[in-house]
Design a protein around this ligand. Structure first.
Ligand code: URA
Length: 193
């Protein structure tokens, strides 16, 4: 195993034993990551839902299936091109938005994941993830599709969260799904550069 994988495994073990916030009491599984540790794209979501809590894998429920479909329709591979993680590694009860203290306690794991993966681009998926890196004031509908530099000069962009897209079915030009497909195409172009 490469040093990177060993360090990620160690971090995952640490996370499994983590009880630094309330979510440690109610989770069934931590949800650490999915995809390739050599991926150029790191996608960061919000937090696990019920299906993710059950399986320990991010984005496997209804929203995750839609995300996977959109990734595939953009001729990208979820397994090869993406390393997927969440802002918070344990499921918030009733799928509520993670609290500030939960995000704060969990930040260490996410930052270490980014450091080890060294992605070419970070995709901030949805408001919770975008706010963590770009500030609480941002409005997702205003900044999706824009590109930023975050942390130590890492390129990052923002896409709608697939839960939002589940409530917006239209694929017409200008619709959230149409915009997301365009955003994913731009991300593909960027990693091929
Ligand atoms: N929503 C997220 O943000 N992450 C998941 O893993 C599942 C649903």
């Amino acid at each position: 195993m490469l040093e990177k994988e060993i360090k990620l495994e160690r971090l995952k073990e640490e996370c499994k034993n983590c009880h630094k916030c309330e979510l440690g009491k109610t989770r069934n599984n931590i949800v650490f990551s999915d995809g390739s540790t050599n991926a150029k794209i790191m996608l960061i979501g919000e937090a696990p839902g019920a299906d993710e809590d059950k399986t320990g894998i991010p984005f496997v429920g209804r929203a995750g299936k839609l995300l996977t479909k959109l990734i595939e329709e953009s001729n990208l591979s979820r397994e090869k091109d993406f390393y997927i993680a969440n802002t918070v590694k344990c499921r918030p009860p009733e799928n509520r938005v993670p609290k500030d203290e939960e995000k704060k306690e969990c930040e260490k794991y996410l930052l270490e994941q980014i450091k080890l993966i060294q992605p070419k681009v970070i995709v901030l998926c949805g408001a919770t993830s975008a706010k963590s890196f770009l500030g609480e004031k941002i409005k997702i509908s205003q900044i999706r599709g824009q590109w930023f530099k975050i942390l130590d000069n890492i390129d990052a962009t923002v896409i709608f969260h697939p839960s939002f897209l589940l409530r917006n079915h239209s694929e017409q030009e200008g619709s959230p799904r149409w915009l997301t497909k365009n955003d994913l195409k731009k991300i593909k172009e960027f990693i091929l550069k």
